[in-house]
Design a binder for this molecule. Structure first.
Ligand SMILES: Cc1cc2nc3c(=O)[nH]c(=O)nc-3n(C[C@H](O)[C@H](O)[C@H](O)COP(=O)(O)O)c2cc1C
Length: 165
């Protein structure tokens, strides 16, 4: 069983979520390759996929969307899980829901899609990004819930074990 986990991040918080998922799968003896979507040239030989992206302006990154388009056929033949990292849905936050992710994921028909709360650390952002995020109502802080991330990874392990590949 070999799995490809792609992660598309601008400021690292999505990559850190991906790393925790990868570690969890590896501890369950699943062989996981991790990559940035733009670096992947072939998906031959993978039995399953986990695709993750940060959400910016209600969308996955261009690289993450392009990956789903480049490999749509191969992805539709295998189990795919997807996760987004954003700040919508937080009690204090007003960030837009990632609606435009919908069409991407619908075309993929993932086994599951989850949105994890991310991090908004103005010090790591450009002035432009900081202004957009503040205008969008982002609450400052690191809201990543590592237990939730690990639970989601464990559910994938269970699901993979239950299916004949
Ligand atoms: C300019 C900007 C726009 C954003 N737009 C959204 C959005 O539309 N929806 C959302 O849920 N989060 C949004 N966020 C929050 C990011 O998704 C969040 O900070 C995430 O943790 C960033 O991931 P990264 O560190 O992997 O790049 C935005 C953040 C910035 C800085």
């Amino acid at each position: 069983m070999k799995l490809l986990l792609t992660s598309s991040s601008r400021h690292g918080s999505t990559d850190e979520v991906a790393a925790v998922i990868a570690e969890r799968l590896r501890s369950a003896e699943i062989d996981v390759d991790t990559a940035q979507p733009e670096d992947v040239e072939s998906v031959d030989g993978y039995d399953a996929f986990i695709l993750g992206s940060a959400v910016y302006m209600t969308k996955w990154t261009n690289a993450a969307v392009a990956f789903t388009e480049r490999f749509r056929e191969a992805l539709s033949a295998k189990p795919v899980w997807a996760f987004s990292v954003g700040l919508s849905g937080l009690p204090k936050g007003k960030m837009a829901d990632p609606q435009r992710i919908g069409p991407v994921l619908l075309a993929l028909e993932p086994e599951d899609h989850i949105t994890f709360a991310g991090r908004f650390d103005p010090d790591r952002l450009s002035l432009r990004e900081r202004s957009i995020a503040k205008l969008g109502g982002a609450a400052e802080g690191d809201f990543r819930d590592w237990d939730q991330v690990r639970e989601w990874a464990d559910a994938i392990v269970t699901s993979l074990r239950d299916r004949p590949l």
